[in-house]
Design a protein around this ligand. Structure first.
Ligand code: PGA
Length: 235
């Protein structure tokens, strides 16, 4: 695992966007699994601007959504899908057939997990898994205590995730479950980038990268991921 620390969020975002753009230039049909959240938003906007300027072609890439709040879809403001569509898929004119996203409103969520697992297996390997880190050390919606060996699964959200998750919504929003890729997908991906920014994340990032490797701190799995990169910034 390598770590690179950038002076601020803008520098972190530019570097990560360039990193993804280089990957796609080398492999135009790359399979990209992208996190949602505040951290990668600027990275996505930079990528979309590159596409609009004719500097990057994402038209052959395949995209997989990392996670979603159960009961929410991409047209629901504040959902994980909503943010990725707003910042990347829509402005970069990504076609629906390029996108595999959890239907977190499905009646049968286990079938949804199986569908997304099968899509990933069909692709072979994820070329890039881009993830963030939660204030409680979660990766995607793999909460503390989640076995490292799971693939797609439905989770009971931790209280801290429910509380922090309110920031994505314009009004108080009940959240209880999530549907997410698992950490087994992370160990199997060709490349993994964890983005983290801001002073409030510094302590959990430090603990994840330098403390014990434990399922109680999901992001500590990064210490075992040889192909893993951590791009972070203190502000
Ligand atoms: P954030 O979310 O980028 O909005 O901080 C990260 C996460 O919870 O994984």
């Amino acid at each position: 695992m390598q770590q690179r620390t950038f002076p601020d969020h803008a520098a972190l975002s530019h570097h990560t966007a360039d990193y993804i753009a280089d990957l796609v230039r080398q492999k135009p049909d790359a399979v990209l699994c992208l996190a949602s959240g505040d951290t990668p938003s600027e990275t996505f906007r930079i990528l979309a601007a590159m596409v609009q300027a004719g500097q990057l072609d994402l038209s052959q890439c395949r995209f997989i959504g990392l996670d979603e709040w159960v009961g929410f879809g991409p047209t629901d403001e504040g959902s994980c899908g909503y943010l990725v569509y707003r910042d990347l898929f829509t402005p970069a004119s990504i076609r629906p057939e390029q996108i595999t996203y959890f239907d977190a409103k499905a009646a049968d969520l286990q079938a949804e997990c199986a569908r997304v697992d099968a899509a990933i297996a069909d692709f072979g390997k994820l070329d890039l898994l881009l993830v963030g880190i939660g204030m409680n050390g979660h990766i995607a919606l793999n909460e503390p205590g989640t076995p490292f060996t799971l693939r797609c699964h439905v989770v009971q959200l931790a209280q801290s995730t429910i509380d922090v998750g309110q920031k994505y919504f314009t009004k108080p929003t009940p959240l209880s479950q999530g549907i997410t890729l698992g950490l087994q997908h992370l160990t199997e991906a060709r490349d993994v980038v964890l983005m983290a920014s801001g002073a409030r994340k510094a302590a959990i990032v430090h603990e994840a990268l330098h403390g014990p490797i434990t399922e109680q701190l999901p992001a500590s799995i990064m210490q075992t991921v040889e192909q893993g990169k951590v791009f972070d910034s203190k502000i």
